[in-house]
Design a protein around this ligand. Structure first.
Ligand code: MSP
Length: 669
């Protein structure tokens, strides 16, 4: 019997159109869901839209539409965006659907019948943007969460006895340490609850866009109680057929952004406890995706839509970037430049290149059939790749289990780099030119080893990059990757004589115009305005946003002699580059000719480091180069830039390098 696994995204408000921030959460969940399906678990993946509340009612009014018409349109936009992205959700819940309304009212009745709802009068401040009752000092006072002005509410409401759950919640957070992840969020919640919980107003009577309170339809149910309940109403809670609820509840993972932690980690478990229902197993909060270091928002005009990226670079490019570039749990930044650099470095030159060179050589030298890895003439290099393969399988499983997507992919790509280096060092193309038996069997071993490594990376990366990996899998002659049982992945399973499928490039290199094209597409959708950072619309004070310098307000300063200004330094374009080719320059003992990858282009450089480094030792190494140095000729070879090295007096040069991995093309500043 396969194990049930239930994962949810937040349901998205329909006051904003879908963008890459929403896609980020949904892609992370999709990756987890695909991985669990591949591991053989009976997986259920839920997403949907949050359509009630004052915020939506007002947005509809502003658009001159009825709330339902407005919600229908935006909910459809979310669904089509998710379809376009090929997201594998099993259900899409809308809070305006009958099944949801029925479930929410059943939950209300249950909580009420258990004695946790009472009537009272509320006077205080309400933040419509956050749909949150707040402690603020009177009319118009700013919301402590988002900074927007709050509104005074004086109404007779139903209250939920949240205060009755203080101790139980504290016990939950302390006894079940991984209920909230990461730990920083758990600590925040713990100190919030330790600060004391007041009962929560859970109905409104001053507007009507919501689900009526059972037996008192003058009131509508508070939008967060309505919304949170989606996780169970979608499974049939409070409806006729509760089989899914019985099978999948409690959820294994509620994935959320860090700004809605309190609702999920305090209110939701308290509602469930009050109803006598099981609690979700874990709530995972990720960080914010910023656009070029700024929060994405309508008022800033810097919202990026997924479709733009998908049209130019494909679905996997977007998925890989979001999962690899952002350390899960922390804030991360998106930019078109960084996206294209990663795409070229890791996908076109990395996995794509490994696949096409390996498979093309198997086609050329072994008529498209996976060759036999001969035991004679085996070298330690072959065993080292097999060991890396085994380590990568265990390591990646562990990291994916911990939702450490970027580290898992980094590890898998470490293997791509190791195999690349192995191929360069073993020169299968030279072996292929020779006809003697020894060379043939060596060639067979090198190509088998490379193809097997490619298979391992492809299987491990499939949940993150479903499209390209499905193609590579088919090109390897292995059929449908979806049917592969990931839990059984081991080194050495590639069967000899496997007939390859048709070999095609999966990640064509992106040229410089890709960035421009994406910017243009976004401008057109923004009605001609460039996607750019603008000052915050409110003092909103999202903790995620870095303070910005005031534009144009740099004071005139005099530069002391012998010093340079920051602008002088900024003229020097230092970038991370990866060495692809290295060879000695004839007749020059000190010079090496290098080809280095800058993410957006490959350049030739001539460097005076031959006495310190052998050409082989440099392949795959990341170096720092001065990228905007005027070209010059050395021994008749054009050098387009300079490699940065420390040059000790009388000693050999030592290349500048990094202790952590840095994406190719990154600027040093
Ligand atoms: N409707 C509520 C959630 C109810 S869940 C019971 C809501 N909706 S929202 O439309 O504002 O979406 C919030 C979620 O979208 C975030 O928690 C996050 O998962 C995702 N994101 C929206 N913009 C984002 C970024 N810029 N960066 C990362 N995630 C973002 O809150």
């Amino acid at each position: 019997m396969s194990k049930p696994f239930y994962i949810t995204t937040p349901i998205y408000y329909v006051n904003a159109r879908p963008h890459i921030g929403h896609a980020y959460t949904t892609i992370a969940c999709d990756t987890i869901a695909r991985r669990h399906r591949m591991l053989g678990n009976d997986t259920w993946f839920l997403t949907g839209t949050d359509e009630h509340g004052q915020k939506i009612e007002r947005a509809a009014q502003a658009a001159g539409k009825s709330p339902q018409q407005f919600a229908d349109e935006v909910s459809d936009a979310f669904r089509s965006s998710w379809e376009r992205l090929g997201l594998s959700y099993d259900d899409f819940i809308r809070t305006t659907s009958d099944r949801h309304k029925q479930g929410v009212q059943a939950l209300w009745r249950k909580i009420r019948d258990n004695g946790y709802i009472y009537k009272g009068t509320y006077t205080g401040q309400y933040c419509v943007y956050d749909e949150l009752y707040v402690d603020a000092a009177g009319p118009g006072a700013p919301c402590p969460d988002c900074g927007r002005p709050t509104e005074t509410v004086h109404e007779e409401n139903y209250y939920f006895k949240l205060s009755a759950f203080e101790d139980k919640l504290i016990r939950l957070y302390t006894e079940q340490a991984d209920f909230i992840r990461p730990e920083t969020r758990r600590n925040e919640v713990l100190s919030f609850v330790r600060g004391g919980l007041r009962d929560l107003s859970i109905s409104r009577s001053t507007f009507s866009w919501g689900i009526p309170v059972p037996d008192d339809p003058k009131h509508v149910i508070y939008v967060w109680l309505d919304a949170l309940a989606n996780y169970i109403t979608a499974l049939g809670y409070g409806q006729k057929d509760t089989s899914k609820f019985e099978k999948y509840w409690p959820a294994d993972v509620h994935m959320i952004g860090k700004e809605i932690v309190r609702f999920h980690c305090v209110y939701w478990p308290a509602f469930l406890m009050a109803a006598g229902l099981h609690l979700p197993k874990s709530i995972i909060a990720h960080g914010w995706l910023l656009f070029e270091e700024n929060k994405m928002s309508k008022s800033r005009g810097n919202i990026v839509r997924s479709e733009t990226i998908v049209d130019v670079l494909g679905i996997d490019a977007l998925r890989y970037f979001l999962l690899r570039e952002i350390v899960f749990g922390q804030d991360g930044s998106f930019s078109f430049d960084a996206l294209v650099q990663r795409y070229n470095a890791d996908l076109a030159n990395g996995l794509g290149n490994l696949a096409s060179r390996t498979l093309t050589m198997i086609n050329r030298y072994f008529k498209g059939e996976v060759p036999y890895p001969s035991q004679t003439g085996r070298t330690p290099a072959d065993d080292a790749i097999a060991e890396t393969g085994k380590r990568t399988i265990t390591g990646c499983h562990g990291l994916f289990d911990q939702y450490q997507f970027s580290r898992a992919l980094e590890m898998a790509w470490g293997m791509v780099a190791a195999v690349d280096k192995y191929i360069v060092e073993n020169e299968p193309w030279s072996l292929g030119e020779k006809q003697d038996e020894e060379s043939r069997s060596r060639l067979a071993t090198v190509l088998y080893t490379s193809a097997e490594a490619l298979r391992i990376v492809t299987a491990l990366a499939h949940p993150a990059m479903p499209e390209a990996t499905a193609q590579i899998w088919a090109q390897l002659g292995l059929g449908e990757i979806k049917k592969f049982d990931l839990s059984q992945l081991q080194w050495g399973q590639l069967r000899l004589g496997t007939k390859l499928g048709e070999v095609q490039a999966v990640f064509p290199r992106a040229d410089k115009s890709a960035v421009e094209r994406m910017h243009k597409m976004e401008e057109q959708k923004n009605g001609g305005a460039p996607v750019a950072a603008a000052p915050l619309a409110t003092p909103a004070a999202q903790a995620a946003v870095k303070p910005e310098p005031t534009a144009g307000a740099r004071p005139a300063t005099t530069i002391p002699e012998g010093k340079i200004s920051i602008d002088d330094f900024a003229k020097v374009e230092l970038r991370v580059a990866q060495v692809k080719t290295a060879e000695r320059v004839k007749g020059a003992d000190k010079l090496l000719r290098l080809e280095v990858d800058l993410g957006t282009e490959v350049r030739q450089l001539v460097a005076g480091i031959a006495e310190a480094y052998t050409p082989e030792s440099l392949i795959g190494r990341k170096v720092v180069i001065v990228a905007n140095l005027a070209p010059r000729k050395l021994r008749g070879l054009e050098s387009n830039g300079m490699v940065v090295a420390a040059s000790p007096e009388g000693g050999k040069p030592v290349l500048a390098s990094f202790l952590e991995d840095v994406p190719v093309g990154t600027r040093l500043k």
